[in-house]
Ligand binder design. Sequence first.
Ligand SMILES: Cc1ncc(COP(=O)(O)O)c(C=O)c1O
Ligand SMILES: *[C@@H]1O[C@H](CO)[C@@H](O)[C@H](O)[C@H]1NC(C)=O
Ligand SMILES: *[C@@H]1O[C@H](CO)[C@@H](O)[C@H](O)[C@H]1NC(C)=O
Length: 489
Amino acid sequence: MITIPYITALTTYFSYGLLFAFGQFRDFFRKIFDWWRGNNLQGYAPIVLGLEDFYTRRLYLRIQDCFGRPISSPPDAWVNVVERVSKDNNKTLKRTTNVSRCLNLGSYNYLGFAAADEYCTPRVIDSMKKFSPSTCSTRTDGGTTTLHTELEECVADFVGKPAALVTGMGYATNSAILPSLIGKGGLIISDSLNHNSIVNGARGSGATVRVFQHNTPSHLESVLRENIAEGQPRTHRPWKKIMVIVEGIYSMEGELCKLPEIVAICKKYKAYVYLDEAHSIGAIGKTGRGVCELLGVDTADVDIMMGTFTKSFGSCGGYIAGSKEVIQYLKHTCPAHLYATSISPPAAQQIISAIKVILGQDGSNRGAQKLARIRENSNFFRSELQKMGFEVLGDNDSPVMPIMLYNPAKIPAFSRECLKQNLAVVTVAFPATPLLLARARICLSAAHTREDMIKALKVISSVGDMIGIKYFPAEPKKPQLEDGPVKLD
Ligand SMILES: Cc1ncc(COP(=O)(O)O)c(C=O)c1O
Ligand SMILES: *[C@@H]1O[C@H](CO)[C@@H](O)[C@H](O)[C@H]1NC(C)=O
Ligand SMILES: *[C@@H]1O[C@H](CO)[C@@H](O)[C@H](O)[C@H]1NC(C)=O
């Protein structure tokens, strides 16, 4: 649970209130101006949505220089961030030819496979020559190459399931496969902080969706019990099937799923478990096999294992792994398999090669070193940030660590100050997080060296002092920022 310091909550609400009021004020004048100039299209409803459009124009666009910064290099430990200039107060930004070489704390490059790799890269280039960038065909037509079948066997074996299906996009894996697995008369019980691809897949499935408190097994149990007793809406018939959906590592929180407890509850109530390992597969566990390996859960107890290749493997696409029957069924029903062009062959080769390195099948121990490094780096960085007094979310071993910012003014301040000191960071705010809970999200990589981390910590510490986000100071004797001493919960 995040407990916001009282004054911080107040000032954050106040800031958003002020931004909102100013925005509305300016919109009011814009309306009059439009009316006066005859700019309105007669008879049409507005094409953009009201409040979303307002948020984009009046809040997001004010700090848009902090988002979507183009880079001109691989997302390695260091990146080239392209400098942009604006002649209209950041309303529009124009790329320059200047770049700033920054330490990268923003990419999901957990194992460092996103940059050139001595084992993967030559093989990817060969696959490009042997196959092509695209298969120009769906899997059922001409889009299944030998690489695709090899990849599916390799993934099934790696995650510890009898079979797997691979698609060209992680997002579509969730959003297109959930409707094939469950539909009307089914019940989905989803963690409140599940990724948008799960939310949209659940909505698109037509099943009834219930939400349980983030990572709270006891609440999951009460939701399950209540809904099983209640049955389907109106008819009260038993549910056709029940599926509980959770993530391995929650990407905005850096938290590990309480999988052992959740699996036990699902077994008790005969609900299927659907686990999205986008951020955990490859990154955690002794041999990189994800949250099941780390927490000692038998993969036989997780019915559907989903994951993406866009993080630890430095590629693209997603997978579903499960029993032979389920995968066979999905290959005949899932639109992402039947109607979408298959994953690009070089991307498939990258995944196969990365898995081989992780498993040591490349004949070196680089994979094991990477896994040891990401764990060491994550735990070192997290404990240093906490010592400095930042409010850091998430669990040990997780390479994702959000630093709470709260106040809307601190979002651009943190991002811009870090960039000035050659540190590329990602800040996230509403709608990706609740309005009050804006944060900077640090993602570490096995590619970071100790010196990199020490440099990053120095910069973050000085920026943290400057903008006042050390909410949990180590020595409470110093009066802290605007907040006064803050009680630790
Ligand atoms: C939990 C989760 N699932 C699915 C996805 C979508 O994957 P992709 O980015 O590979 O499309 C993401 C992306 O960040 C994610 O965090
Ligand atoms: C525009 O962005 C730059 C950083 O890219 C920042 O320093 C500046 O304050 C911004 N200007 C406004 C008006 O927000
Ligand atoms: C690029 O950087 C140089 C040196 O910092 C600066 O003088 C120049 O104005 C920059 N160019 C642009 C287009 O911003």
